[in-house]
Design a protein around this ligand. Sequence first.
Ligand code: CMC
Length: 433
Amino acid sequence: MKEKAKLNINNSELNLDLIQGSESEVGIDISKLRVSSNIITLDPGYKNTGSCKSGITFLDGEKGVLRYRGYSIEELAEKASFLEVAYLLIYGELPNTTQLNKLLNDIQNNSIIDEDIKRILETFPKSAHPMGILSSLTSALIAFKPEKKISLKSKEESYEDYMYSNIVQLLAKIPMLVAWVHRRRKGLSLDYGNYNLGYVENITKMMFQLPNQEYIENKVIIDAMNKLLILHADHEQNCSTSTVRIVGSSEASLFASVSAGISALWGRLHGGANEAVLEMLEAIRRDGGDTKKFMAKAKDKTDPFRLMGFGHRVYKNFDPRAKIIKVAADKVLNDLGINDPILDIAKSLEQEALEDSYFIDRKLYPNVDFYSGIIYKALEIPNEMFTVMFALGRLPGWVAHWREMRNNKEPIGRPRQIYVGEKLRKFNHINSR
Ligand code: CMC
């Protein structure tokens, strides 16, 4: 793009390059601004800041568009498997059968975790939050050396081989941790998966198999899991993905970067919203089901209550993932023969919000987390595990961004600040304060 942006600061004019993306979105390149003017930009929450160029996910918040590597989320959720989507996000193209089988085989060959990890898991109180455990265990795994280090001596091994090996280890081991965290909460034995099963089929079996019963695969559950994981698989530069990229930019390992991403996802304004939504819906039901009362609380600026599962930094029309999940929630409840009053409360809340000027004016619509918890609940996954399921789905996205960041040789992430603290002052000894 040839055009420049002109910036006039104290009568001196600066020409800044305009960068255009493949979907015509435009950014002003300010990377040399400080060098030429000694001035920085200030943008708390990075509401207007692009942190990188990325070819992974395209999102148009005004139009409600979400695409992974050019493929629409609607089509992928309908037709693809989660592992195909993982490959697509990480490597840029849909895999052929040979490529997909190789990835699955490599994952299966590495899906053993050192038994000592069980001992670490058992030292957590049963009441510990699963997201804290998952983040800690992801970090703890590094001590058991699953990660390959890049060889500085051998030229035989390419950088891509080194990354592939670490990616496979992560995709193999995290689902096991997820299953173990879930089983320990339920007081069940911590088993290994089945080598012959597909990726999602194996995860589902590891989570739900009971020790005293033959495990029978339920297609409704597998389909729902597959869809949910795909819908969560990536969402460009969100809080946790930006965390993974920034931690990875210091050359911290993939496991360390993802452990940090899990912690970032935990918060209730991000992935933790799915747990918060269900808590909110259950609180409304216990309170008698008066949705209008909670709508009023959400609009009251003196009340810290927010309608969880509503609003999004980027989507200002609708969240395409929420549309797919709403239909899926109806189907899962129907197929499993569950009649959950929580779904009715969710629907009335949504209807009221869609007609309310507070929500209309602020462009607040249901997001992905509004309905996902209803499906997890129907699958008998406890509330506190919801965000762990989100983390499981987001793994390929974190991995894809970590790989892209490394391949682009991005510099260490290190924002500036505008200092508003005290100016230089003299130190007073403690006796004279
Ligand atoms: N309930 C009531 N008011 C809201 C809500 C809500 N859920 N969300 C935003 N607002 C109001 C907010 O008070 C503000 O009003 P005003 O302009 O009068 O001060 C206005 O809308 C803009 O909100 P904001 O907090 O400045 O917007 P943001 O872009 O910084 O935050 C958000 C986005 C998602 C953190 C926020 O909408 C929120 O807290 N939603 C509830 C939590 C939630 O569902 N999070 C999951 C997001 S989707 C999953 C993911 O990708 O992580």
